[in-house]
Ligand binder design. Structure first.
Ligand SMILES: Nc1nc2c(c(=O)[nH]1)N[C@H]1C(S)=C(S)[C@@H](COP(=O)(O)O)O[C@H]1N2
Ligand SMILES: [Mo]
Length: 409
Protein backbone atom coordinates (compact mmCIF):
# COMPACT_ATOMS: atom_id res chain seq x y z
CA UNK A 1 0.00 0.00 0.00
CA UNK A 2 2.87 2.33 0.71
CA UNK A 3 3.34 4.97 -1.91
CA UNK A 4 3.14 8.65 -2.55
CA UNK A 5 -0.65 8.77 -2.82
CA UNK A 6 -1.40 7.37 0.63
CA UNK A 7 1.35 9.51 2.16
CA UNK A 8 -0.15 12.55 0.42
CA UNK A 9 -3.65 11.88 1.75
CA UNK A 10 -2.38 11.72 5.35
CA UNK A 11 -0.11 14.68 4.58
CA UNK A 12 -3.04 16.75 3.34
CA UNK A 13 -4.98 16.15 6.56
CA UNK A 14 -1.96 17.23 8.62
CA UNK A 15 -1.36 20.18 6.31
CA UNK A 16 -4.83 21.44 7.19
CA UNK A 17 -4.78 20.42 10.86
CA UNK A 18 -1.33 21.39 12.13
CA UNK A 19 -1.66 25.13 11.33
CA UNK A 20 -4.94 25.14 13.29
CA UNK A 21 -3.12 23.57 16.25
CA UNK A 22 -0.35 26.15 15.88
CA UNK A 23 -2.67 29.15 15.79
CA UNK A 24 -4.93 27.96 18.62
CA UNK A 25 -1.81 27.13 20.64
CA UNK A 26 -0.36 30.61 20.17
CA UNK A 27 -3.76 32.03 21.09
CA UNK A 28 -3.73 29.98 24.26
CA UNK A 29 -0.45 31.57 25.25
CA UNK A 30 -1.82 35.04 24.44
CA UNK A 31 -4.86 34.24 26.60
CA UNK A 32 -2.60 34.12 29.66
CA UNK A 33 -1.79 37.82 29.08
CA UNK A 34 1.89 37.05 29.66
CA UNK A 35 2.94 40.60 28.77
CA UNK A 36 1.08 41.87 31.80
CA UNK A 37 3.16 40.35 34.56
CA UNK A 38 5.73 37.63 35.21
CA UNK A 39 3.04 36.08 37.42
CA UNK A 40 1.10 35.18 34.28
CA UNK A 41 4.08 34.26 32.15
CA UNK A 42 4.50 30.53 32.08
CA UNK A 43 7.09 30.93 29.32
CA UNK A 44 9.68 33.48 30.39
CA UNK A 45 12.31 34.57 27.88
CA UNK A 46 9.94 34.17 24.96
CA UNK A 47 11.87 36.99 23.28
CA UNK A 48 10.93 37.60 19.66
CA UNK A 49 8.56 34.64 19.70
CA UNK A 50 6.14 36.73 21.72
CA UNK A 51 5.89 39.37 18.99
CA UNK A 52 2.25 38.63 18.29
CA UNK A 53 0.91 38.95 21.84
CA UNK A 54 -2.15 41.13 22.41
CA UNK A 55 -4.49 41.92 25.26
CA UNK A 56 -6.94 39.01 25.52
CA UNK A 57 -10.55 40.16 25.00
CA UNK A 58 -13.49 39.39 27.29
CA UNK A 59 -15.91 38.90 24.42
CA UNK A 60 -17.26 36.50 23.37
CA UNK A 61 -17.30 34.85 26.79
CA UNK A 62 -16.88 31.42 25.20
CA UNK A 63 -13.73 32.49 23.35
CA UNK A 64 -11.19 30.35 25.23
CA UNK A 65 -13.69 27.51 25.47
CA UNK A 66 -13.64 27.30 21.69
CA UNK A 67 -9.97 28.02 20.95
CA UNK A 68 -8.66 25.61 23.56
CA UNK A 69 -11.38 23.01 22.99
CA UNK A 70 -10.39 22.96 19.32
CA UNK A 71 -6.67 22.85 20.18
CA UNK A 72 -6.88 19.84 22.49
CA UNK A 73 -9.61 17.94 20.65
CA UNK A 74 -8.00 18.35 17.24
CA UNK A 75 -4.57 17.47 18.64
CA UNK A 76 -5.88 14.20 20.05
CA UNK A 77 -7.92 13.39 16.93
CA UNK A 78 -4.87 13.87 14.69
CA UNK A 79 -2.73 11.36 16.61
CA UNK A 80 -3.72 8.38 14.38
CA UNK A 81 -3.12 10.47 11.26
CA UNK A 82 0.33 11.50 12.48
CA UNK A 83 1.24 7.90 13.25
CA UNK A 84 -0.11 6.71 9.88
CA UNK A 85 1.84 9.41 8.07
CA UNK A 86 5.03 8.35 9.84
CA UNK A 87 4.32 4.69 9.07
CA UNK A 88 3.85 5.56 5.40
CA UNK A 89 7.32 7.07 5.14
CA UNK A 90 9.16 4.66 7.44
CA UNK A 91 11.42 3.29 4.66
CA UNK A 92 12.67 6.84 4.03
CA UNK A 93 13.62 7.31 7.68
CA UNK A 94 16.03 4.39 7.41
CA UNK A 95 17.31 4.95 3.88
CA UNK A 96 20.98 4.19 3.30
CA UNK A 97 23.46 5.86 3.02
CA UNK A 98 22.01 8.36 5.51
CA UNK A 99 23.65 11.34 3.83
CA UNK A 100 24.55 11.64 0.17
CA UNK A 101 25.37 15.35 -0.21
CA UNK A 102 25.26 18.64 1.65
CA UNK A 103 21.78 19.37 0.29
CA UNK A 104 20.62 15.89 1.24
CA UNK A 105 22.06 16.36 4.73
CA UNK A 106 20.07 19.57 5.16
CA UNK A 107 16.92 17.87 3.97
CA UNK A 108 17.46 14.97 6.38
CA UNK A 109 18.03 17.40 9.22
CA UNK A 110 14.77 19.22 8.48
CA UNK A 111 12.96 15.88 8.39
CA UNK A 112 14.48 14.86 11.72
CA UNK A 113 13.28 18.17 13.19
CA UNK A 114 9.85 17.66 11.66
CA UNK A 115 9.38 14.11 12.92
CA UNK A 116 11.00 14.79 16.29
CA UNK A 117 9.12 18.06 16.73
CA UNK A 118 5.81 16.48 15.76
CA UNK A 119 6.17 13.55 18.15
CA UNK A 120 7.38 15.90 20.89
CA UNK A 121 4.48 18.34 20.56
CA UNK A 122 1.82 15.63 20.47
CA UNK A 123 3.40 13.73 23.36
CA UNK A 124 3.88 16.75 25.65
CA UNK A 125 0.36 17.98 24.91
CA UNK A 126 -1.31 14.66 25.67
CA UNK A 127 0.82 14.04 28.76
CA UNK A 128 0.04 17.47 30.16
CA UNK A 129 -3.68 16.89 29.83
CA UNK A 130 -3.73 13.32 31.09
CA UNK A 131 -1.13 13.44 33.86
CA UNK A 132 -2.46 16.60 35.45
CA UNK A 133 0.44 18.93 34.68
CA UNK A 134 3.11 16.24 34.63
CA UNK A 135 5.75 18.92 34.25
CA UNK A 136 4.43 21.89 36.22
CA UNK A 137 5.92 25.13 34.97
CA UNK A 138 8.18 23.48 32.44
CA UNK A 139 5.39 22.20 30.18
CA UNK A 140 4.57 25.63 28.83
CA UNK A 141 8.07 26.60 27.62
CA UNK A 142 8.67 23.08 26.26
CA UNK A 143 5.42 23.04 24.31
CA UNK A 144 5.82 26.66 23.18
CA UNK A 145 9.40 26.47 21.91
CA UNK A 146 8.71 23.01 20.50
CA UNK A 147 5.80 24.48 18.51
CA UNK A 148 8.01 27.12 16.87
CA UNK A 149 10.68 24.58 16.00
CA UNK A 150 8.06 22.22 14.59
CA UNK A 151 6.49 25.02 12.56
CA UNK A 152 9.84 26.06 11.09
CA UNK A 153 10.45 22.48 9.93
CA UNK A 154 6.82 22.20 8.80
CA UNK A 155 7.08 25.28 6.57
CA UNK A 156 10.31 24.02 4.97
CA UNK A 157 8.78 20.59 4.44
CA UNK A 158 5.59 21.97 2.87
CA UNK A 159 7.57 24.30 0.60
CA UNK A 160 9.65 21.36 -0.62
CA UNK A 161 6.88 18.80 -0.93
CA UNK A 162 3.67 20.63 -1.79
CA UNK A 163 3.97 20.35 -5.61
CA UNK A 164 4.74 16.64 -5.33
CA UNK A 165 1.81 16.15 -2.96
CA UNK A 166 -0.63 17.91 -5.28
CA UNK A 167 0.60 15.92 -8.28
CA UNK A 168 0.27 12.67 -6.41
CA UNK A 169 -3.23 13.46 -5.11
CA UNK A 170 -4.27 14.09 -8.71
CA UNK A 171 -2.70 10.83 -9.86
CA UNK A 172 -5.39 8.68 -8.26
CA UNK A 173 -9.08 9.36 -7.95
CA UNK A 174 -10.25 9.24 -4.34
CA UNK A 175 -13.71 7.97 -5.26
CA UNK A 176 -12.29 5.16 -7.35
CA UNK A 177 -9.92 4.31 -4.51
CA UNK A 178 -12.83 4.13 -2.06
CA UNK A 179 -14.55 1.64 -4.37
CA UNK A 180 -11.50 -0.59 -4.76
CA UNK A 181 -11.52 -3.68 -2.52
CA UNK A 182 -8.50 -5.69 -1.44
CA UNK A 183 -8.70 -7.96 -4.50
CA UNK A 184 -8.27 -4.94 -6.79
CA UNK A 185 -5.48 -3.29 -4.80
CA UNK A 186 -2.25 -2.91 -6.78
CA UNK A 187 0.98 -1.25 -5.72
CA UNK A 188 1.71 2.22 -7.03
CA UNK A 189 4.34 2.27 -9.76
CA UNK A 190 7.81 2.78 -8.24
CA UNK A 191 8.91 6.41 -8.46
CA UNK A 192 11.85 8.57 -7.48
CA UNK A 193 10.53 8.99 -3.91
CA UNK A 194 11.38 5.42 -3.02
CA UNK A 195 8.24 5.03 -0.90
CA UNK A 196 6.95 2.12 -2.95
CA UNK A 197 8.62 -1.16 -2.16
CA UNK A 198 10.74 -2.44 -5.05
CA UNK A 199 9.46 -5.94 -4.28
CA UNK A 200 5.93 -5.46 -2.87
CA UNK A 201 4.34 -8.44 -1.14
CA UNK A 202 0.71 -9.26 -1.88
CA UNK A 203 -1.52 -6.65 -0.21
CA UNK A 204 -3.24 -7.60 3.05
CA UNK A 205 -5.31 -4.44 3.16
CA UNK A 206 -6.80 -2.10 0.59
CA UNK A 207 -6.03 1.62 0.56
CA UNK A 208 -9.61 2.34 1.53
CA UNK A 209 -9.13 -0.12 4.39
CA UNK A 210 -6.11 1.85 5.57
CA UNK A 211 -8.01 5.13 5.33
CA UNK A 212 -10.96 3.59 7.15
CA UNK A 213 -8.72 2.27 9.91
CA UNK A 214 -7.10 5.64 10.53
CA UNK A 215 -10.42 7.45 10.15
CA UNK A 216 -12.10 5.10 12.63
CA UNK A 217 -9.24 5.68 15.08
CA UNK A 218 -9.60 9.44 14.79
CA UNK A 219 -13.37 9.26 15.05
CA UNK A 220 -13.17 7.06 18.15
CA UNK A 221 -10.82 9.58 19.78
CA UNK A 222 -13.19 12.38 18.83
CA UNK A 223 -16.07 10.56 20.52
CA UNK A 224 -14.14 9.97 23.77
CA UNK A 225 -12.73 13.51 23.86
CA UNK A 226 -15.06 16.16 22.44
CA UNK A 227 -17.74 15.67 25.11
CA UNK A 228 -15.48 17.21 27.76
CA UNK A 229 -15.66 20.53 25.88
CA UNK A 230 -19.14 20.33 24.40
CA UNK A 231 -20.81 19.15 27.59
CA UNK A 232 -24.43 18.10 27.95
CA UNK A 233 -25.18 14.42 27.40
CA UNK A 234 -21.95 14.12 25.35
CA UNK A 235 -19.90 14.52 28.54
CA UNK A 236 -20.81 10.94 29.41
CA UNK A 237 -18.85 9.69 26.39
CA UNK A 238 -15.70 11.67 27.22
CA UNK A 239 -13.75 8.65 28.47
CA UNK A 240 -10.45 10.52 28.10
CA UNK A 241 -11.58 13.51 30.17
CA UNK A 242 -8.85 14.12 32.73
CA UNK A 243 -11.19 15.23 35.49
CA UNK A 244 -13.84 12.57 35.26
CA UNK A 245 -17.14 12.41 33.48
CA UNK A 246 -19.45 12.77 36.44
CA UNK A 247 -18.99 15.99 38.38
CA UNK A 248 -21.92 15.17 40.66
CA UNK A 249 -25.25 16.89 40.99
CA UNK A 250 -26.58 20.13 42.42
CA UNK A 251 -25.59 23.76 41.94
CA UNK A 252 -21.88 22.96 42.36
CA UNK A 253 -22.09 19.88 40.14
CA UNK A 254 -19.65 20.89 37.42
CA UNK A 255 -16.03 20.00 36.70
CA UNK A 256 -13.42 20.68 39.37
CA UNK A 257 -9.82 21.23 38.37
CA UNK A 258 -8.12 20.95 41.75
CA UNK A 259 -10.02 20.19 44.92
CA UNK A 260 -9.34 22.29 48.00
CA UNK A 261 -7.58 19.31 49.55
CA UNK A 262 -5.39 18.75 46.49
CA UNK A 263 -4.49 22.45 46.43
CA UNK A 264 -3.45 22.32 50.09
CA UNK A 265 -6.15 24.74 51.19
CA UNK A 266 -6.84 24.11 54.88
CA UNK A 267 -10.25 24.42 56.51
CA UNK A 268 -9.09 27.32 58.68
CA UNK A 269 -7.87 29.26 55.59
CA UNK A 270 -11.43 29.44 54.30
CA UNK A 271 -13.38 29.19 57.55
CA UNK A 272 -15.25 31.94 59.44
CA UNK A 273 -11.94 33.74 60.07
CA UNK A 274 -11.42 34.31 56.34
CA UNK A 275 -11.07 37.92 55.21
CA UNK A 276 -10.54 39.56 51.86
CA UNK A 277 -7.90 42.27 51.63
CA UNK A 278 -8.50 44.77 48.80
CA UNK A 279 -5.78 47.29 48.07
CA UNK A 280 -5.75 50.29 45.74
CA UNK A 281 -2.82 51.72 43.82
CA UNK A 282 -2.55 54.62 46.28
CA UNK A 283 -2.25 52.22 49.20
CA UNK A 284 -5.85 52.53 50.38
CA UNK A 285 -6.98 49.23 51.85
CA UNK A 286 -10.29 47.61 52.69
CA UNK A 287 -10.65 44.40 54.67
CA UNK A 288 -13.93 42.57 54.20
CA UNK A 289 -15.49 39.51 55.79
CA UNK A 290 -17.78 37.30 53.72
CA UNK A 291 -20.79 38.83 55.51
CA UNK A 292 -19.65 42.31 54.48
CA UNK A 293 -19.09 41.15 50.91
CA UNK A 294 -22.58 39.69 50.80
CA UNK A 295 -24.00 43.11 51.72
CA UNK A 296 -22.32 44.82 48.73
CA UNK A 297 -24.38 45.14 45.51
CA UNK A 298 -24.63 41.74 43.83
CA UNK A 299 -24.59 41.02 40.13
CA UNK A 300 -24.98 37.89 38.06
CA UNK A 301 -23.15 36.59 35.03
CA UNK A 302 -23.53 33.39 33.04
CA UNK A 303 -19.99 32.26 32.23
CA UNK A 304 -18.14 29.01 31.58
CA UNK A 305 -14.91 27.62 33.04
CA UNK A 306 -12.55 26.63 30.23
CA UNK A 307 -9.29 24.91 31.14
CA UNK A 308 -6.04 24.75 29.18
CA UNK A 309 -6.53 20.97 29.34
CA UNK A 310 -9.35 21.35 26.80
CA UNK A 311 -12.32 20.57 29.05
CA UNK A 312 -14.86 23.24 29.80
CA UNK A 313 -18.19 23.65 31.51
CA UNK A 314 -21.30 25.14 29.97
CA UNK A 315 -22.27 28.57 31.34
CA UNK A 316 -22.75 28.59 35.09
CA UNK A 317 -24.83 31.26 36.78
CA UNK A 318 -22.36 33.15 39.00
CA UNK A 319 -23.29 35.80 41.55
CA UNK A 320 -20.97 38.14 43.34
CA UNK A 321 -19.42 41.56 43.55
CA UNK A 322 -18.17 43.32 40.44
CA UNK A 323 -14.43 43.85 40.31
CA UNK A 324 -15.16 47.48 39.37
CA UNK A 325 -17.14 47.90 42.60
CA UNK A 326 -14.28 46.47 44.67
CA UNK A 327 -11.85 48.81 42.88
CA UNK A 328 -14.14 51.75 43.71
CA UNK A 329 -13.87 50.88 47.43
CA UNK A 330 -10.12 51.52 47.38
CA UNK A 331 -9.85 54.68 45.33
CA UNK A 332 -10.60 53.67 41.72
CA UNK A 333 -14.13 55.02 41.14
CA UNK A 334 -13.78 54.76 37.39
CA UNK A 335 -11.39 53.21 34.88
CA UNK A 336 -9.75 50.85 37.40
CA UNK A 337 -6.29 49.48 36.60
CA UNK A 338 -5.14 45.86 36.39
CA UNK A 339 -5.38 43.71 39.49
CA UNK A 340 -3.14 41.15 41.13
CA UNK A 341 -5.27 38.32 42.51
CA UNK A 342 -3.82 36.15 45.25
CA UNK A 343 -5.45 33.08 46.68
CA UNK A 344 -4.91 31.89 50.22
CA UNK A 345 -2.53 29.33 48.70
CA UNK A 346 -0.33 32.22 47.52
CA UNK A 347 2.81 30.30 46.72
CA UNK A 348 1.23 27.46 44.80
CA UNK A 349 1.49 27.11 41.03
CA UNK A 350 -1.92 28.56 40.16
CA UNK A 351 -2.48 30.61 43.29
CA UNK A 352 -1.86 34.00 41.67
CA UNK A 353 -2.81 35.81 38.47
CA UNK A 354 -2.86 39.35 37.12
CA UNK A 355 -5.99 40.44 35.26
CA UNK A 356 -5.81 43.27 32.71
CA UNK A 357 -7.63 46.57 33.13
CA UNK A 358 -9.84 45.46 30.26
CA UNK A 359 -10.80 42.30 32.15
CA UNK A 360 -11.36 44.20 35.41
CA UNK A 361 -13.62 46.73 33.67
CA UNK A 362 -15.95 44.16 32.11
CA UNK A 363 -19.17 44.33 34.14
CA UNK A 364 -19.37 40.52 34.08
CA UNK A 365 -16.01 40.11 35.83
CA UNK A 366 -16.91 39.11 39.37
CA UNK A 367 -15.56 38.11 42.69
CA UNK A 368 -18.13 35.32 42.84
CA UNK A 369 -19.57 34.15 46.16
CA UNK A 370 -22.37 32.00 44.81
CA UNK A 371 -22.99 29.78 41.81
CA UNK A 372 -26.25 28.47 40.37
CA UNK A 373 -28.18 29.82 43.34
CA UNK A 374 -26.03 28.27 46.10
CA UNK A 375 -22.87 29.19 48.00
CA UNK A 376 -19.68 28.13 46.27
CA UNK A 377 -18.50 24.73 47.44
CA UNK A 378 -15.01 24.57 48.96
CA UNK A 379 -13.76 22.80 45.82
CA UNK A 380 -15.08 25.57 43.58
CA UNK A 381 -13.35 28.28 45.58
CA UNK A 382 -15.40 29.12 48.71
CA UNK A 383 -15.48 31.75 50.21
CA UNK A 384 -14.85 33.72 47.00
CA UNK A 385 -13.38 33.20 43.56
CA UNK A 386 -12.70 35.20 40.43
CA UNK A 387 -14.74 34.65 37.29
CA UNK A 388 -13.76 36.54 34.13
CA UNK A 389 -15.45 36.20 30.72
CA UNK A 390 -13.40 34.65 27.93
CA UNK A 391 -10.34 33.96 30.10
CA UNK A 392 -8.61 30.60 30.57
CA UNK A 393 -9.71 28.71 33.69
CA UNK A 394 -6.41 29.29 35.41
CA UNK A 395 -7.20 33.02 35.68
CA UNK A 396 -10.37 32.27 37.58
CA UNK A 397 -8.53 32.10 40.88
CA UNK A 398 -10.27 30.19 43.66
CA UNK A 399 -10.06 30.84 47.44
CA UNK A 400 -9.15 34.49 46.85
CA UNK A 401 -7.48 36.20 49.82
CA UNK A 402 -6.18 39.44 48.35
CA UNK A 403 -6.86 41.80 45.44
CA UNK A 404 -4.24 44.46 44.73
CA UNK A 405 -5.29 46.98 42.08
CA UNK A 406 -2.46 48.49 40.06
CA UNK A 407 0.13 46.32 41.76
CA UNK A 408 2.92 45.14 39.49
CA UNK A 409 4.95 42.11 40.43
N1 LIG B 1 -6.20 29.14 43.94
C1 LIG B 1 -6.35 28.40 42.82
N2 LIG B 1 -7.24 28.79 41.89
C2 LIG B 1 -7.40 28.07 40.76
C3 LIG B 1 -6.64 26.90 40.52
C4 LIG B 1 -5.71 26.50 41.51
O1 LIG B 1 -5.01 25.48 41.39
N3 LIG B 1 -5.60 27.27 42.65
N4 LIG B 1 -6.82 26.20 39.34
C5 LIG B 1 -7.30 27.01 38.21
C6 LIG B 1 -7.59 26.24 37.02
S1 LIG B 1 -6.26 25.63 36.16
C7 LIG B 1 -8.87 26.08 36.55
S2 LIG B 1 -9.18 25.31 35.09
C8 LIG B 1 -10.04 26.59 37.32
C9 LIG B 1 -11.05 25.49 37.51
O2 LIG B 1 -12.10 25.91 38.30
P1 LIG B 1 -13.09 24.82 38.92
O3 LIG B 1 -12.25 23.79 39.64
O4 LIG B 1 -14.02 25.54 39.80
O5 LIG B 1 -13.80 24.21 37.74
O6 LIG B 1 -9.64 27.09 38.59
C10 LIG B 1 -8.49 27.87 38.57
N5 LIG B 1 -8.33 28.49 39.86
MO1 LIG C 1 -7.00 24.92 34.19
Amino acid sequence: MRGLWLTSVFGLVLLLGIPVLFVTGLLSYAAYNPGLSPVNDTTPDKGLLGFYLFSWPTRPSWLYRVTQGVHVTLGIVLVPVLLAKLWSVVPKLFSWPPVRSAGHALERLSLLTLVGGGLFEFATGVLNVQLDYAFPGSFYPLHFYGAWILMAAFVVHVALRLPRMVRSLRSRDLRTELRTPLSGTRPEPPDETGLVSPRPAAPTMSRRGALAMVGTGSFALLVVTAGQSIGGPLRASALLAPHGRDPGRGPNGFQINKTAAAAGVRARDIGPGWQLVVRGASGREAVLTRQQLLRLPHHGAALPIACVEGWSTPDQRWEGVRLTDLAALVGHPDRPPRVLVESVQRHAAFGRAVLSARQVRDPRSLLALRVNGADLSPDHGYPARIIVPGAPGVHNTKWVGRLAFGETV
